[in-house]
Ligand binder design. Structure first.
Ligand code: UDP
Ligand code: MG
Length: 322
C-alpha cells in the first residue's frame, strides 16, 4: 500500500444533465467505500469538467457540490471537446492528487473497475488502462471500424492498447509526464503509452449509455480517427512516394503498350486510355494534395499555440486554497 493515495476522478461532461445524478450516485458509492477501506485518502474528489454544456449540467454540478463534500467541478467558457476537457481535469488535479482516474459521464465504463485500478496503483503501477472485454453494445459498424482503426494504427507504428478508451488511472508522475506534451491536436490514448512507466490493464464490460445520446456522432468520430493517424505518424506521407512510383511504372507499361499498338497499325485507338489516365492521375493527385493539406493544417494549428481550454470557474482549486 502506498501512503500517497489522494485520488481525483475526472469526469468530462457535455450536456449530460440526464445522466449526471446517477453518475454522481454510482461514483459516490465507489469513492466512499474506497475511503472507508483506506484505499484512498478521505479528501479524494470527483472532479466534473463541464465542457461548455448548454443544458443544466453546471447547475447540477453546483448542486451536488453543496450536497457532497467530495464533489467539485470546473467549467469551460465554451465547448472545447472531450480530449481538452480531460486535459483540463488532469492539469487542474495534478498538484493535489497522487493519482487520477478519467471516466466518461455516461456510465458506459463500469465503475467497479475503479477499485481494481487503485489496487494496481498500490502495487506500484503508474498507468492502468481500462480495457473493454466486449463490444456487444456497439453497432456492427462501430465494431468493424474500431478493429480496422486499431490495426491501422499499429501498422503505422503507433503503440496503443486495443479496446482501451479514455478510462484509465494515472499516477502523479505519469500525469506530469503527459502534461509535458505540448501539442494542440490531442489524442490522449496515443500519448499515454509514450509517457512510459510501469503499466497494466483492468478488464471490464462496456455497457449501454445510461441516458441521453452519444456526443460523438460519426462525423466527430472520423475527425478523431484522422487526428489520431496524422498526429502520430508520417507514414501517409511516405505512402505518397510509393504511390508515385507505382503510377510511374503503370505509365511506362502504357507507353510500351501504345508503341506496340502503333507498330501493329492500330493508331487511332487511344482515346480510352487517355481519358482513363487523366482521371486516374487527377484522382491520385487530389488524394496526395489532401494528405499534404492534412499535415499543413496540423502545422498551422500547432504553430498558433492557441490555448487548449479556458476555465471559467474552478471550484476544485478554490477548495484546496481554503
Ligand atoms: N464529451 C465532452 N465534450 C464533447 C463531447 C463529449 O466532454 O464535446 C464527454 C461526454 O460528456 C462523455 C464523454 O465525453 O462524458 C464521452 O462522450 P460520449 O459518451 O458521447 O461518446 P461515446 O461513448 O458515444 O463514444
Ligand atoms: Mg459514451
Amino acid at each position: 500500500m502506498r501512503e500517497d493515495n489522494m485520488l481525483t476522478i475526472i469526469v468530462p461532461c457535455y450536456n449530460e444533465e440526464e445522466v449526471l445524478p446517477e453518475t454522481v450516485k454510482e461514483l459516490g458509492v465507489v469513492l466512499e467505500s474506497m475511503i472507508s477501506e483506506e484505499q484512498v485518502s478521505s479528501n479524494s474528489k470527483l472532479l466534473f469538467v463541464d465542457d461548455g454544456s448548454k443544458d443544466k449540467t453546471w447547475e447540477l454540478i453546483k448542486k451536488f457540490e453543496n450536497q457532497f463534500e467530495y464533489v467539485t467541478g470546473i467549467r469551460f467558457s465554451r465547448n472545447y471537446g472531450h480530449q481538452n476537457a480531460l486535459l483540463a481535469g488532469l492539469t487542474t488535479a495534478v498538484d493535489h492528487s497522487d493519482m487520477t482516474i478519467t471516466i466518461d459521464a455516461d456510465l458506459q465504463d463500469d465503475v467497479n473497475a475503479i477499485p481494481e485500478m487503485v489496487k494496481k496503483y498500490h502495487e506500484g503501477i503508474d498507468v492502468v488502462y481500462g480495457v473493454r472485454n466486449n463490444r456487444d453494445t456497439d453497432t456492427a459498424f462501430k465494431r468493424k471500424t474500431a478493429i480496422a482503426f486499431y490495426s491501422l494504427m499499429s501498422k503505422l507504428g503507433v503503440d496503443m492498447v486495443p479496446n482501451s478508451a479514455d478510462y484509465r488511472l494515472l499516477s502523479k508522475r505519469a500525469v506530469e509526464g503527459l502534461l509535458r506534451f505540448d501539442e494542440r491536436n490531442l489524442f490522449l490514448r496515443g500519448m499515454v503509452p509514450l509517457v512510459g512507466y510501469p503499466s497494466d490493464k483492468v478488464y471490464y464490460a462496456r455497457k449501454e449509455r445510461f441516458a441521453g445520446e452519444s456526443k460523438y456522432p460519426l462525423k466527430k468520430m472520423i475527425k478523431f480517427a484522422m487526428d489520431g493517424i496524422t498526429s502520430f505518424s508520417t507514414v501517409p506521407i511516405k505512402l505518397i512516394m510509393n504511390l508515385g512510383l507505382l503510377v510511374v511504372l503503370i505509365g511506362i507499361g502504357l507507353f510500351i503498350y501504345s508503341i506496340v499498338q502503333k507498330i501493329n497499325g492500330n493508331v487511332v485507338s487511344g482515346w480510352t486510355s487517355l481519358i482513363t489516365s487523366i482521371w486516374v492521375l487527377g484522382g491520385i493527385q487530389l488524394i496526395c494534395l489532401s494528405m499534404i493539406g492534412e499535415y499543413v493544417g496540423k502545422i498551422f494549428t500547432e504553430v498558433k499555440k492557441r490555448p487548449r481550454f479556458t476555465i471559467q470557474e474552478d471550484d476544485y482549486t478554490k477548495e484546496f486554497l481554503k
